[in-house]
Design a protein around this ligand. Sequence first.
Ligand code: ZN
Length: 73
Amino acid sequence: MKQVSNSKCPKCGSKTFITMPNRYDCLRFVNGEFQVEKSEFRNEKERIFCRECGAEIDVNTTFRHKTIILRKS
Ligand SMILES: [Zn+2]
C-alpha cells in the first residue's frame, strides 16, 4: 500500500518535530542517587511542535487524517 500521507510541516516543510519540554525524561532523587523516570506516554494533552518554525501540530486531527495538520491559532 502506497503511503500518500503528508509527513512534513505544511508551513515550512520540516520533517522533524518536538514535544514540549515537560515531555522529556524526569529525574528523581531516590536513595541518594538520581534515577531517570521515563515519562509515560499519555493520550491526554499531547502537544507537538514543528522543530523548525515552531508551529503547533493539531495532534488529534493529525492522527485522524494520518497527515500533518497544524493547529489553528
Ligand atoms: Zn514548520
